[in-house]
Design a protein around this ligand. Structure first.
Ligand SMILES: C[S@@+](CC[C@H](N)C(=O)[O-])C[C@H]1O[C@@H](n2cnc3c(N)ncnc32)[C@H](O)[C@@H]1O
Length: 307
């Protein structure tokens, strides 16, 4: 019996093949929002709408927990005039509830926000029909291959809902180019691949998540540009710690278990990843005082040509 157990322990453990673990989706929205807030603020501040002399119409397409709303509201207020508004939509009712609560907590007074549950494609189509197009459309971590079969088409739809000279701003936290396990670069790359497989993301091709600029161009937008707004933090800093402990490390553990082998991890790699990511173990990265995180967030922008 003892021999049998020992033999069994040495057998390779198969990938579970499970898809992404989305049970903590609402916590993810808030934790991610807190960590990325400085980059979001800087990215929105870098956008200068071409439109002047009239109130701004802004769409936050896929607002989630409303992380960009304070800055987008500030933009509308700065433009001045009655009638300026931020239309903030999300297809998920729970996200809209959380965004509403966040707005309440921020005490922004009578903020010019129209927050509602809606599909961003319907809102874009409605703007075309009604003629109430947007001066700026902001969309952060939404246009993504697993969310939409044809992300380029979604970008085209959003671009079509802009006024001439309007700006489409696609922000990405650039998760898969982040430093999430510094000092363990080989393992980090393997785990990233395992995570991409878990989420069913393409590794290449026209729907790859790094093609935001190509989609903006294909939508006929001009002045397509990219800027980086990097975030960095020691794991001892509360926002970085929460991001690593509540999002990144659990996601890594899940990815290793579900697609580690398919990503090319050996038995030794899987054991080592397990040690580094085990909060109860002596090698836990969370106990390393030098652990840190870097996230090179990106803002892609394009403008509709003015005739
Ligand atoms: C990764 S979250 C990002 C949320 C937020 N923009 C942020 O940066 O924190 C993606 C959000 O897009 C929303 N979403 C996905 N498809 C959508 C659609 N067709 N219309 C509106 N929202 C959508 C999801 O419900 C989710 O809240």
């Amino acid at each position: 019996m003892g021999v049998h157990v020992a033999e069994k322990q040495q057998l390779p453990v198969a990938d579970t093949g499970a898809g992404p673990d989305t049970r903590g989706y609402l916590d993810y929205l808030l934790t991610n929002r807190n960590f990325t807030a400085p980059a979001v603020a800087a990215a929105v501040a870098s956008i200068t709408p071409e439109i002047s002399g009239r109130p701004l119409r802004v769409l936050d397409a896929g607002t989630g927990a409303g992380g960009a709303l304070p800055e987008l509201i500030a933009l509308v207020r700065a433009a001045g005039g009655p009638g300026g508004t931020v239309v903030a939509v999300d297809v998920d009712e729970r996200a809209v509830e959380v965004a509403g609560r966040q707005l309440g907590d921020l005490n922004l007074g009578a903020a010019p926000v129209d927050l509602r549950v809606a599909d961003l494609r319907d809102v874009a189509a409605g703007a075309v029909t009604s003629g109430e197009r947007f001066d700026l459309i902001w969309s952060s971590d939404v246009v993504w291959p697993t969310t939409f079969d044809n992300p380029a088409e979604v970008v085209q739809t959003l671009a079509g809902a802009l006024v001439p000279g309007g700006t489409l701003a696609l922000f990405t936290t650039n998760y898969y180019q982040s430093m999430l396990l510094p000092g363990h670069s080989r393992l980090e790359r393997l785990i990233r691949t395992a995570s991409e497989l878990t989420w069913g993301l393409p590794g290449d091709g026209p729907t790859h998540y790094e093609r935001l600029g190509a989609w903006l161009r294909a939508a006929g937008l001009a002045d397509v540009a990219v800027r980086a707004f990097p975030l960095a933090g020691m794991a001892s800093e509360p926002a970085a710690r929460a991001f690593l402990e509540q999002i990144v490390w659990p996601e890594m553990r899940h990815a290793v278990a579900s697609h580690g082998r398919a990503a090319g991890m050996s038995e030794t790699d899987i054991v080592r990843a397990g040690e580094l990511l085990d909060p109860e173990g002596p090698a836990w990265v969370g106990d390393d005082p030098h652990t840190y995180v870097v996230q090179p967030t990106l803002l892609w922008t394009g403008r509709t040509p003015v005739a």
